[in-house]
Design a protein around this ligand. Structure first.
Ligand SMILES: [Zn+2]
Ligand SMILES: [Zn+2]
Length: 267
């Protein structure tokens, strides 16, 4: 795997890096795009530079300019002029573009659908989805078969920090299909069902219900096992429900204790 440079939107998005330079690059990217869209709505021609930057960023994501043109439904000539000009005729890259083209190009985002299938990305969301299905009683061998994968390959996906876009798409599809399906109604016997659930609980793999769907891919998100996770009441709730305490609850408890140094710490 090629190491991606910090301080880039690509690193922020594909490796889910949340270091300061990467977060800064993310906010720069958003600001550039927002500003360009705002100008494009009322001027006859708009400055080409923010649009060029946006297209270059897409290219950094492995989305070639021909593909960008096709996605935006903009003539390829607009893209070559924007990026390269016409050196043979001594023409520099465009200084201005038509708002229609600018808006169409700015609308293209490096989403999962647009990325090349071999691009490697952070595995957080993929891992969480697979772990949640196992926690729901789906044996890993069943999931591997449904993904047309070798069981060993499947096991390593759960451990790997990065996976390719193709795998991400497959796992998304599988998760959407199975997250609320009872495995026992689909050929999984009781024993295999319990074994999968125990395997997940031994490893602290969170079930579907502990996740906020919108945040499954967010590296900063954590599962809410108790409805109170991450709050000072969380650890007591774990105890009540007989669920091993989670990291955010341990941290919250420690912080609460430090804030009240005079009170006797409860065990
Ligand atoms: Zn970074
Ligand atoms: Zn918790």
């Amino acid at each position: 795997m090629r190491d991606r440079q910090h301080g880039t939107y690509v690193k922020y998005k594909l490796d889910a890096c949340r270091c300061y330079p990467c977060c800064f690059a993310d906010s720069q990217y958003r600001a550039n795009r927002r500003r360009a869209i705002a100008y494009g709505t009322w001027q006859p021609y708009v400055d080409a530079e923010p649009v060029r930057q946006h297209v270059r960023t897409l290219m950094d994501f492995g989305i070639g300019w021909k593909r960008v043109a096709a996605l935006a439904d903009v003539p390829t000539g607009v893209l070559t002029k924007l990026l390269y000009g016409h050196p043979q005729r001594g023409m520099a890259p465009s200084k201005q573009v038509r708002p229609k083209n600018a808006i169409a190009l700015l609308a293209i985002q490096p989403t999962l659908d647009n990325l090349g299938s071999a691009v490697s990305v952070d595995a957080t969301g993929t891992r969480r989805r697979l772990q949640a299905l196992v926690a729901g009683g789906w044996p890993q061998a069943q999931l591997a078969a449904r993904l047309a994968m070798q069981p060993g390959n499947f096991g390593s996906i759960i451990k790997r920090p990065q996976v390719i876009v193709r795998t991400v798409r497959l796992v998304h599809g599988l998760y959407d299909e199975l997250w609320r399906v009872d495995p026992r109604e689909h050929g999984v016997d009781n024993q295999a069902y319990s074994r999968a659930r125990n395997h997940a609980s031994d490893r602290g793999w969170a079930p579907v219900g502990a996740w906020d769907d919108d945040r499954l891919d967010d590296p900063d998100a954590f599962p809410d096992w108790t409805g109170l996770c991450g709050t000072p009441e969380g650890s007591a709730a774990h105890y009540r429900h007989k669920i091993p305490c989670c990291g955010p609850c341990r941290t919250a408890r420690a912080t609460a204790r430090r804030a009240q140094p005079t009170s006797k710490a409860a065990a």
